[in-house]
Design a protein around this ligand. Structure first.
Ligand code: ZN
Length: 254
């Protein structure tokens, strides 16, 4: 039993355990090219949260990881089989209920560890921050913590790409098909320049952009690349967890 993983912990052990920071990993259930499981984002969320928390725990941070929420925002994938969509308004309702519990029980710090590109918690946390002014509500997407070009030959993908495939080859090789069976993750680009360059935004209709549901070529993925990236991501996030857990709520700025 890892005392910082709520799903494994029992009340006997933790009922008087001090908790400074709660981590809520948030994934998605969706197709990942032809070769990776629907739970890819959940597996990443589970393992990155657990390892980051372990490293932080070893440094004395009193953290607790909640079970990963398995469904995310998939509004652009309505026609892809069993991509399960939670609307952002539903996510906010779930968040509200979780934050209400933490707030009532005097746990003042929350980190949403996001594992899915379609999830965006920032505007929700602005609203919930007004409702719960004693809470410190934070969010971070693990896939934005490092410069992917230092780890991968094709770093430009953003779904079921070389990075995600390498991670899964490291974490759950039993769930990844041989790479010859993967699609090449080729994606069409917007005709509108501003959208193509990314300084303007509109949601993509996924099935019109990619044939195999992937965006980014996974073919050069290896377990070794995944291991190196996983270790560096969790190392970096653990530093964040330690800082957050130790932060004095009355002294946030310098
Ligand atoms: Zn993914």
């Amino acid at each position: 039993m890892r005392p910082y993983i709520l799903a494994e912990a029992n009340w006997k052990h933790i009922h008087d355990q001090p908790i400074d920071l709660v981590i809520l990993p948030w994934g998605a259930t969706e197709a990942h090219n032809y070769h990776m499981p629907y739970a890819t984002d959940v597996i990443e969320a589970d393992t990155i949260a657990a390892e980051s928390a372990r490293l932080a725990w070893e440094q004395g941070a009193r953290v607790m990881v909640l079970p990963t929420i398995p469904f995310g925002v998939n509004t652009g994938q309505t026609d892809i089989l069993l991509d399960i969509n939670l609307y952002p308004s539903t996510q906010k309702a779930i968040l509200n209920d979780i934050i209400e519990v933490l707030n009532r029980q005097g746990i003042r710090k929350l980190l949403i560890l996001n594992s899915h590109g379609g999830n965006d918690f920032k505007t929700m946390l602005r609203e919930l921050g007004v409702q719960y002014p004693n809470m410190l509500l934070t969010t971070c997407s693990w896939f934005h913590t490092l410069d992917k070009s230092k780890y991968f030959d094709e770093p430009k993908g953003d779904h079921a790409d070389e990075m995600e495939t390498s991670l899964l080859l490291h974490l759950r090789p039993d769930l990844v098909l041989p790479l010859e069976e993967a699609g090449d993750g080729a994606a069409k680009k917007w005709k509108v320049q501003a959208l193509r360059e990314g300084w303007a935004w509109a949601e993509r209709k996924w099935s019109q952009v990619t044939e195999d549901t992937g965006i980014g070529n996974p073919k050069q993925a290896t377990a070794e690349k995944g291991k190196r990236y996983f270790e560096d991501v969790t190392q970096k996030i653990s530093g964040f967890l330690v800082e957050l857990a130790n932060l004095d709520m009355k002294d946030l700025y310098e």
